[in-house]
Design a protein around this ligand. Structure first.
Ligand SMILES: Cc1ncc(COP(=O)(O)O)c(C=O)c1O
Length: 394
């Protein structure tokens, strides 16, 4: 066999998002792109801020030598210093460049952290529903996922989390604002999680790490903000990217930061820098590292996403859909009126509406609607959403 058994099995399982993507291509060819309402992908539809393009042009015209050379594997010092300053400003900790590794997106950052931490068979607790790429990332480094359901409002179920902690537990991986639910965990919730992990770290005589995946941190609504994990737990990492808040997913730029007070910080950072290199990334893209220095405090216009969320929420609730209103990210995760979310998603497909079954995120009985789309797509899809709901709710 040309392809390894494990990879072949993963290819056959092929994610739901990918299936919807392919379905979308086929339907757009058949019915015309304007008649297909594609809510399947978390690909931001807003253009990057104008300042990004200006910055790129300035960087391209910079006559300094060696702009495109190899660099320290952790990333450019000037970038890591700027990120550290930004983190110092936004958390109650003093960060230095030694606390930051520039990475190839948040996905790269997660792989770097997991490769650094995991021995074969180590467990990582993940609250569900969750971003299913985590399974592949864990498998890359021989980690084992322990999936723990969140509460019906998608907040953390701490007693269930506690029950999942075994002597193999190496880390808890959270994502807030969450993909696929849009949930933003509260300060109290995170503080309680930090206390739980401290208690079990003491019991085990070694840290259980908290990894917080935060590419949607700046995409929050109604004036809420995302509490800092660094402020509530010492043995913590933040992994993030500029993919969503600057609409740069194709540019593959992000970072991993460690809590400046983490025990064994020097060792952990040394491991992360080595892993960034040996995973084959070597370093994050050079031009992008120079660009984000000037854009750390910028983002796309988040009020546009808030408007889309509001349009979608009010339209769907009028049609009888039930959901938790998301506090951030650009996903809505409504309950399906029948338990079989895959069947319901197929019904929506017949209306040329493409969404992803909740089962694809370990959240059966739901579906994920990615509303990073034109307002027109939301408006035009609404009659189809209504017709399908009417079939089930008389
Ligand atoms: C929760 C979550 N984490 C990580 C990623 C990966 O982000 P990046 O494209 O920056 O690697 C995504 C992308 O959709 C995501 O939704």
């Amino acid at each position: 066999m040309a392809v390894a058994d494990k990879i072949r099995a993963s290819m056959e399982k092929s994610s739901w998002i990918r299936k919807m993507f392919e379905e979308g291509i086929a339907r757009k060819a058949k019915f015309g792109a304007e008649n297909v309402f594609d809510f399947s992908l978390g690909n931001p539809n807003l253009e990057p801020p104008v300042k990004f393009k200006k910055t790129l042009i300035e960087i391209a015209n910079d006559p300094s030598p060696a702009l495109h050379s190899y660099m320290p594997n952790a990333g450019l010092l000037v970038t890591r210093k700027a990120v550290a300053d930004y983190l110092t400003e936004t958390n109650r900790r003093n960060f230095g460049p030694e606390d930051v590794v520039m990475t190839v997106g948040a996905g790269g950052a997660l792989n770097v952290v997991l490769k650094t931490l995991l021995n074969p068979g180590d467990e990582v607790i993940i609250p569900s529903p969750y971003f299913v790429e985590y399974n592949f990332y864990l498998d890359n480094h021989q980690g084992v996922p322990r999936i723990v359901k969140t509460k019906p409002d998608f907040s953390l179920d701490l007693p269930a989390l506690e029950e999942a902690i075994t002597d193999k537990c190496k880390a808890v991986l959270i994502d807030s604002p969450n993909n696929p639910t849009g949930k933003v965990y509260g300060k109290e919730e995170l503080r309680n999680l930090g206390e739980l992990l401290s208690a079990y770290s003491r019991k085990l005589g070694r840290p259980i790490y908290l990894i917080s995946d935060e590419p949607y941190r700046k995409i929050v609504y109604d004036g809420i903000s995302v509490p800092s994990v660094f402020d509530v737990y010492t043995e913590s990492f933040v992994v993030t990217s500029f993919s969503k808040d600057l609409s740069l997913p194709g540019e593959r730029i992000g970072y991993a930061a460690v809590n400046p007070d983490m025990s064994d910080k020097g060792l952990v950072m040394g491991g992360m820098i080595l892993c960034n290199r040996i995973l084959g990334y070597v370093n994050a893209p050079a031009i992008m590292q120079r660009a984000v220095v000037r854009l750390l405090r910028d983002s796309v216009d988040v009020s546009l996403y808030q408007r889309k969320r509001d349009m979608l929420c009010s339209g769907l609730s009028q049609c009888g859909y039930e959901f938790e209103k998301p506090g951030g990210a650009f996903y809505l995760f409504p309950r399906t009126p029948i338990a079989d979310d895959v069947a319901f998603v197929h019904d929506l497909q017949e209306e040329n509406i493409l969404v992803v079954p909740g089962s694809g995120f370990a959240g059966p009985g739901h579906m994920r609607i990615a509303y990073c789309v034109d307002d027109r797509t939301i408006e035009k899809a609404m009659p189809g959403f209504e017709r399908v709901m009417r079939k089930y709710k008389k």
